[in-house]
Design a protein around this ligand. Structure first.
Ligand SMILES: NC(=O)c1ccc[n+]([C@@H]2O[C@H](COP(=O)([O-])OP(=O)(O)OC[C@H]3O[C@@H](n4cnc5c(N)ncnc54)[C@H](O)[C@@H]3O)[C@@H](O)[C@H]2O)c1
Length: 327
């Protein structure tokens, strides 16, 4: 991170299209990294939304070492799509998850976009091949899917295909990593990428457990956050289960629990989000929320995320230091 980022991947100017939940968060992170950030949104109050968002997250970004205390963000909100994209080296598209709206936006954007710009979509689940249909030259668009909130959660899932120009993926990877992100690259196209598929699998079962009255919604949430969720912040499921197998590792774990898992998988639920199920979830959640409003819950989530991120960062610096040869 530097005040004006001169970067090897050649991304000095970024455009964020759509300044909602995800766009505001991306814009703050990119500006913190020293880039010039143009923001375009079709709603008239985008400027105040961006200002308010930056003010609310700046202390956190400084705390995590993602912004300099003296950083004055170069955030330029414009009501012209053409102005937003014309000089951008990377365009982060963050409009709602509606395929036709995205394709229509791409058709309006293409004429004004630099030929070597990277166009990255935040899309939660669309396939790249469907999104490429909006471009007459589909070689610049890739998937760059964040997890909410993008200024805090490190993961970005990247996917490019055989139509993508060769420079795009390496430059995008270098760009997101320069903003403090952790990237993964999908090797083939799949609906909803990786992390949302994992989240969908877990949530499906959590909904079934609530709908079937196995435990209260609050207890089911606690079963994740006080149990496996805590472990998942430090290691992924395979590495963790490798430890669950003792010295024999993952192979021993599989051999010991193969039949159990087959039995459990056969028993997992396949609920639907019917109106009745949604009502049950919302009413169960009331108990867990216990009067806290949206802003309070967001502050609480972000403060806890920052604490975890700081602890992990400090632990990894200590491990690195202990591996240095002693003089
Ligand atoms: N919400 C999440 O948890 C999450 C997580 C990761 C990725 N995403 C993805 O990010 C994208 C944005 O989601 P969001 O939750 O921020 O949505 P959102 O509804 O909060 O924000 C979308 C913004 O886009 C603006 N907009 C709509 N049409 C536009 C257009 N044609 N041109 C410019 N601006 C336009 C809207 O005014 C709004 O401010 C989606 O593709 C979504 O799948 C969302």
């Amino acid at each position: 991170m530097s005040e004006r980022n001169e970067c090897a991947e050649g991304v000095a100017t970024v455009a964020v299209i759509g300044a909602g939940l995800i766009g505001c968060s991306w814009a703050a992170l990119f500006a913190a990294s020293g880039r010039t950030v143009y923001v375009y949104d079709s709603r008239p109050d985008a400027g105040s939304a961006i200002d308010a968002f930056w003010a609310s997250v700046k202390p956190t970004l400084i705390d995590l070492g993602l912004a300099n205390p003296e950083t004055r963000p170069d955030l330029r909100v414009t009501d012209s799509l053409k102005e937003a994209v014309a000089t951008a080296n990377l365009i982060q598209e963050c409009i709602p998850e509606r395929l036709e709206a995205k394709l229509q936006l791409y058709r309006s954007m293409e004429l004004h976009t630099k030929r070597d710009a990277i166009v990255a979509t935040s899309s939660s689940g669309f396939k790249l091949s469907d999104l490429q249909a909006g471009w007459s030259a589909p070689d610049r668009i890739i998937i760059a899917h964040p997890f909410n909130p993008p200024h805090l959660i490190p993961l970005v899932e990247l996917y490019a295909n055989e139509q993508t120009a060769k420079d795009v993926l390496p430059r995008a990877t270098a760009f997101y990593e320069s903003c403090g992100k952790v990237t993964i690259t999908l090797e083939r196209e799949v609906l909803a990428h990786v992390a949302n598929r994992l989240q969908a699998a877990l949530w499906r079962e959590a909904i079934w457990l609530v709908a079937e009255g196995v435990a209260s919604l609050k207890d089911i949430d606690t079963a994740v956050s006080a149990g496996p969720g805590l472990r998942w912040a430090v290691m992924g499921p395979h590495l963790l289960l490798n430890l669950g197998g003792g010295e024999g590792g993952l192979r021993a774990y599989c051999e010991q629990f193969r039949d159990s898992y087959h039995h459990w998988w056969d028993d997992l639920g396949t609920p639907k989000l019917t109106d009745a199920t949604i009502d049950k979830l919302v009413s169960g959640l009331r108990d867990e929320i216990n009067g806290r409003d949206y802003a309070e819950l967001r502050r609480e989530r972000d403060a806890k995320l920052v604490a975890v991120l700081r602890a992990l960062k400090s632990q990894s610096s200590q491990s690195k230091a202990s591996l240095q040869p002693q003089s």
